[in-house]
Design a protein around this ligand. Sequence first.
Ligand code: GLY
Length: 434
Amino acid sequence: MKLLVIGGGGREHALAWKLFQSPRVHHVFVAPGNAGTAHEEGLENIPLTAIPDLIQFAQEENITFTVVGPEAPLAEGIVDAFKAANLKIFGPTQKAAQLEISKTFAKEFMQRHKIPTADFASFKNAELAHRYIDKIGAPIVIKADGLAAGKGVIVAQSAKMAHDAVDMFLVDKQYGSAGSEIIIEKFLEGIEISFIVMTDGKHVLPLATSQDHKRLSNGDLGPNTGGMGAYSPTPFITPELHAKILREVINPVIQGMKQENSNYTGFLYAGLIITPNDQDIKVLEFNCRMGDPETQPIMLRLKSDLSILIEHALNGTLNKVEADWDHRTALGIIMAAQGYPEQPRKGDVIHGLLNLHNQQQSDNYHIFHSGTAFGGLDDKEIITSGGRVLCITALGDNINLAQQHAYSLANQISFNGSQMRDDIGYHSINYHQK
Ligand code: GLY
């Protein structure tokens, strides 16, 4: 079968790479892909992003099914359009994707269905937002209602930071319509984890647990990013907590969506906080897709055939299948471009990739590309072309070994101005040292 993956980041590289490992899959097209997917055996980039062009391509190429990586095409209605053209596609409809597209929708949905989340208020008016901050005080969290490429959340440690964030969204309109409405919510202390499932609208298949590192700098300091590294599994989700998350968060979402005539199919990502004292959980956000970079370590651990899991999800039979995972820990380190997250520089030549690409046939690691392209000498060199550039993802028998393995690989790669944290996985390491 021939498959199509929509997107061009590290998540899509990992999904397409995993799909091609199936003996049933002969070719995976990636639209538009990156320099990593261009080099990968069995994968082929196609330079298309407009939905009508993608539909025409899927029809002409007889694509068995399409998998959507990022949120933007979901928000544009790619799933609705493919379904209207009788094409199989895995992802939520535009209506169901409101869970990620609108933070206000998500919070009100959680209230309607009694899903645990922090108290909040929504504002379009800056004056009222400032008054609310004066009443509540800091620390406090300000979020753009719409999609803002991972930059729409400000964790304000002081009232001044919170007031500045309100002005940035509602007065200066730096994020345009995505920030024309904001929500302000209580800051929650605790450990943040990612819980991602596949669903066919009735049944749920949980994927391996993971933890992201959203801040730019070591020790979870600095500005928020799309994620600077992730590992799987995380020790913070005990079997009891796993069952509680399914009971109190995931199942109510699937049921609630059905009740609201918006059957949810696709990947569903709950960003959760586990409060320190009692194994209590609260939802920070929902995403209607896999996480990036969580996908990279999760896919490195997946032993099952991803194409079979997705076919079950498309056929409504996810209850008939289970996912099998490598017992080892996988850890992915993001190498980001100079200036990320504010103004990433493009065009820096990346050195050291060739040797690592040639050796990665062993299944112990994989270098997933995010923002890369061809350029430099004869257009044959691999250059940076986005904020997050690479995710160096490696396996180890435990978190320490996975961390050492991934950093030993990352240290063989270089480009001007590269940024990477050197503590990915530290929460888990500290947990195991206790
Ligand atoms: N890693 C965070 C996200 O994918 O939204």
